[in-house]
Design a binder for this molecule. Sequence first.
Ligand SMILES: Cc1ncc(COP(=O)(O)O)c(C=O)c1O
Length: 483
Amino acid sequence: MSTLSPTQQHALAEHVWLHFSQMAKFQRPDANPRILVRGEGSHVWDQDGNEYIDALAGLFTVNAGYGRTEIVEAMAAQLHQIGYVSPFSFPSVPVIDLAAKLATIAPTGAGSRSFFVNSGSEAVETALKMAKSYHVRRGEPQRTKVIARRVAYHGTTMGALSVNGVTPYRTGFGPLVPGARHVPPPYRYRCASCMLQSACSNKCANEFEAMIEFEDPSTVAAVIMEPVQNSGGALVSPPDYLRRVREICDHYGVVMILDEVINGFGRVGGWFGSSELGAQPDIITVAKAITNGYAPLGAAIAAKHIADTFLGDEADMFMHGSTFGGHVASAAAALANIRIIEREGLHERARVVGPQIMQSLRETIGSHPNVGDIRGMGMFIAIELVRDKATRESLAGEENLMYWLSDQLVQRGVLCRSDDRMEPVIQIAPPLNMPQEDIDQVVQTIGEVVHVLGRKLGSTPQQHSVTRRPVSPAAVTTLEIAA
Ligand SMILES: Cc1ncc(COP(=O)(O)O)c(C=O)c1O
């Protein structure tokens, strides 16, 4: 039972508008919303006192875990000094310090310059405008097209939406920003070229070149992609893929933008996906985990050769900005958060613990008939579910599967995400400091839910016994799945 007062229930039903959510469900008399009110470490509690393990770090955001008083204190200290500084007119101390810190860790190099905004969508928007504006300054104003990848999610504002590769998200909002093109993502499990080969052919990287040639290279401004693509389920760029894209961009004079909104700040191991995968982008976009979720902040971080084209007189400036871009409290939160990640080595932990989680998942459910693929990088993991493991027959179209999966997980006290923007996947992206016992619990719960799914689909017998080795090399447990 929800402990919301009748007035609050009415307000939720009539006045609140959640993102990507059907609000009608909150108007039903039996609506029982979960209102999260507290977080500590990897755990969150709802208003009724129910406890959950958060295996999605909020929304790929709370990488350093909940309850970070140090971040709150850094924000408070800053706000006691001054609560607002206009980014149109004045640099602020936390923004200066944050930009300096980012230049030491960003894959765009030591000369990086950060343009702060409020969200990932705005960061993408900014990067796209920056790339186009860069070409204008270099005498190539006809370079306006941007090549992105199918199924990729880059945000909801009009520019970011236009490069978005998720068709239903774009539908109904036209006309979009012209010039967006899409190529297939690297998706080894179902790749038409190399799914059955022993090695990846990297053909998907060459798709960028084919598209640039087809469109006329002199019209292409930028490419944009995530080093590890979230939408579709942790699609890791194969070895050499990003190096090949870099080569193509250099050859055709195209700006390479890598969207690190999820990958950044330790999620895939190391500070950024670009650096982990050996890529040197011209611009990266960041947001989400930069403040550990304590305050909104995004940035487009440009390599020196990009940023320097905007130096000169007043007419050369980047004609772009927003009132709250680089808010002092957000910048202070980011600095404190980066200190925590660095001090506790959370980005490095992701490199080690992520593969252990994947191994544990493989041992627990790897041979299950409905588990097609377990993939990812660092602590950014997806389990692709199939109707038939042998034929890789898709489960797409199975009615209400995503809702059912999320519900099964949450009923067992685990929050993670079920996603079917491509094939159905369960996504796991826990706080990078999630303790071992919670990781074991998440793996066990996912194992249980996959076995319940198997019985629902008729793929496994009604009674099934799973031997599960926890991530920790300690005890081996056997869990009985009830019919
Ligand atoms: C890769 C990527 N880029 C951009 C965005 C947009 O970020 P925001 O929701 O902060 O606008 C997201 C959001 O999930 C994302 O995953």
